[in-house]
Design a protein around this ligand. Structure first.
Ligand code: FAD
Length: 396
């Protein structure tokens, strides 16, 4: 056991190069992406200028990501923090989504070869459709149905906030095969985007923050897919998944939550650095007492950010060593976004009205950060998971 949170020199160098580029180039387009609720039209050319591989969809860059002794999960943390230190608009364009992580968690070896391996190899993009109009947190309430019709499954229902759902190669859709059987009947289905009945109702919801992060409203209108597209089943529709549909959804989220904590850390650190520089440039006009109060507050914020990063590392280290821990993962996701949101809010406060002005990006990062406390499991739900680790289902 080591308590060092230091990454290898190779990974540190990758993170530094990525971060410098994300600030110097990516940040220039942050306000435009926010105002338009869409990434810049020339987003692909912008990303092409990055001096280090981004593992980008459709660019075959996944293989080019540096092979580091720290392992892919720790590398992912550095990637998420460094890129989002620049600004989060780029993240929605380079991410692979998480639909394929469900395939990895629940699929047969054949399904993994067909739908997981190419995503990891080529960096294509996948969707994850769980949330519906009537629920998000309580995943037992899935109302989208999957009806067997001969050698096909026919899906019907509506899904909300499906990240990149309008452009994903395929979306992993959670649907129930029999509502009377409760959560056990919730299964996961791979639905290629070109399937008839895969309807994009709205390409992107208009949100408070993370505005250019595409969250699509999808409808599955008598959408027929082969039996073998149910995860865990063979071509004849037989076989039992290694875990339930809900289990697969939660496994995918579990391993991605620390990455969301890392994004929050990147945003808070960016805000603190910008606010720190602004305050330093004004400090000559401050009384010694005011300057001391400002420094104390900055120091507390710096410490809080460091705690968030350590939690994310601890959980991803457990995943890296093949011992993922839901409660530890939930701690980082519960702590880092909420703490980062408070840090950014205090940065705005210290700068007065300038902190809320669109001349700086701090107000945008604050709005972006709020979203991190909502998706991939809200803060309250993370705390519920931590409590369950302590006292089982009695926690709620
Ligand atoms: C940018 C973005 C991207 C997203 N991407 C995806 C995606 O790719 N796929 C997908 O399926 N969904 C996605 N979502 C949806 C997101 O996961 C849900 O919005 C989230 O899980 C909350 O669900 P809900 O909206 O139904 O709210 P609800 O579950 O109705 O929750 C509303 C409030 O009640 C609280 N609450 C609920 N239950 C409890 C409880 N038992 N105890 C205490 N408090 C509780 C919640 O914490 C929350 O504060 C995305 C959302 C956003 C904003």
């Amino acid at each position: 056991m080591t308590l060092s949170m230091e990454v290898s020199p190779e990974l540190a160098k990758y993170g530094q190069q990525l971060e410098e580029w994300a600030v110097a180039v990516g940040r220039l387009y942050a306000r435009e992406a926010d105002t338009r609720h869409a990434r810049p039209d020339n987003w692909s050319e912008i990303l092409d200028t990055c001096p280090v591989p981004l593992g980008r969809a459709g660019k075959g860059e996944a293989d080019a990501l540096p092979r580091v002794p720290d392992g892919e999960w720790i590398r992912a943390l550095v990637f998420h923090e460094s890129l989002n230190y620049g600004d989060p608009w780029m993240y929605g364009s380079v991410g692979n989504g998480i639909g394929h992580l469900v395939v990895e968690a629940m699929g047969t070896p054949e399904q993994i070869e067909r739908w997981y391996d190419p995503v990891v190899r080529d960096g294509t993009c996948t969707g994850f459709a769980l949330t519906e109009p009537q629920f998000g947190s309580d995943t037992s309430l899935v109302a989208t149905t999957a009806r067997r019709d001969g050698d096909m499954w026919v899906l019907s229902g509506v899904k909300l906030y499906c990240s990149q759902g309008a452009i994903a190669d395929y979306t992993t859709v959670f649907a129930t095969t029999d509502r009377d059987q409760g959560p056990a009947a919730i299964k996961a289905f791979v639905v290629p985007r070109e399937t008839r009945g895969y309807v994009v109702v709205k390409e992107n919801e208009e949100k408070l923050g993370m505005r250019s992060w595409m969250t699509s409203q999808l409808a599955f209108d008598e959408c027929a897919i082969p039996l073998e597209n149910m995860l865990g089943c063979g071509p004849d529709g037989e076989g039992s998944p290694r875990q339930s549909g809900r289990g697969g959804a939660l496994a995918a989220l579990n391993n991605n939550r620390p990455n969301m904590a890392a994004i929050a850390v990147g945003l808070a650190r960016a805000s603190l650095d910008v606010a720190g520089q602004e305050l330093k440039s004004r400090s000559l006009g401050f009384t010694p007492q005011r300057w001391a109060a400002v420094q104390r507050e900055l120091a507390l914020m710096r410490t809080a950010i460091d705690r968030g990063r350590r939690m994310a590392y601890r959980s991803q280290d457990a995943v890296q060593r093949g011992r993922p821990d839901r409660a530890i993962s939930a701690m980082g996701k519960a702590y880092a976004p909420e703490t980062a949101e408070r840090v950014i809010r205090r940065c705005m406060q210290l700068l007065g009205p300038d902190g809320t002005s669109q001349d700086l990006l701090i107000e945008k990062w604050w709005r972006d950060c709020k979203i991190l406390d909502i998706f991939e499991g809200t803060g309250q739900i993370q705390r519920l998971l931590i409590a369950r680790g302590l006292m089982g289902r009695a926690a709620g």
